[in-house]
Design a protein around this ligand. Structure first.
Ligand SMILES: Nc1ccn([C@H]2C[C@H](O)[C@@H](COP(=O)(O)O)O2)c(=O)n1
Ligand SMILES: [Zn+2]
Length: 166
């Protein structure tokens, strides 16, 4: 009798953690850009997840999701970024050597948080704001601090989930 072989198309660690980041982004109420983040430990355990949203207690019905207009009438002064939430939601404040998987390259403010938390590597999907000063400043700090970053290279284009059983 032949031995049964293990499944071949299981998710890699990178695919798994990026998929968790993207699934978390589905919780975001931002109508324009939904970002999720997932922090993985050196032992490949998930230690924190987050997505972009307003702070706890700040109702989505009270604050604006506008992109344009006077600063205080836009979302920008109020929204917590996915990376910040993932770090704040983490089970430990010491994230030394952890990796953060994120749908969009971190801004300069989240980069400060990432560096200070001890996270050692950023794996991102999109760098659509690479020409902004925020992302340029972020990369400058990451290079100085020795925090590495790399773009996620998918080996598959999608992962399907089905809630229907049998
Ligand atoms: N690395 C990032 C970058 C942005 N965000 C959040 C902040 C906003 O909710 C949204 C960006 O909005 P847009 O200017 O594209 O309309 O994404 C984040 O969580 N992490
Ligand atoms: Zn940010």
């Amino acid at each position: 009798m032949k031995d049964t072989k293990k499944r071949q198309d299981y998710l890699s660690w990178d695919e798994y953690f990026m998929a968790v980041a993207l699934l978390s982004a589905e919780r975001s109420k931002d109508p324009n850009t939904q970002v999720g983040a997932c922090i993985a430990s050196r032992q490949n355990k998930i230690v924190g997840v987050g997505y972009n949203g307003f702070p706890i207690g700040c109702s989505d019905d009270e604050l604006p999701w506008n992109r344009q207009g006077a600063f205080l009438t836009t979302k920008y002064p109020y929204v917590c970024h996915a990376e910040l939430n993932a770090v704040l939601n983490a089970i430990s404040t010491d994230l030394t050597g952890c990796r953060i998987y994120v749908g969009l390259f971190p801004c300069n403010e989240c980069t400060k948080v990432i560096i200070q938390s001890g996270i050692g590597e950023i794996i991102y999907l999109s760098d659509k704001y690479h020409e902004t000063d925020q992302v340029k400043a972020a990369k400058r700090m990451l290079d100085l601090a020795g925090v590495s970053y790399r773009r996620f290279t998918p080996q598959r284009l999608d992962i399907a989930l089905h809630f229907a059983v049998d």
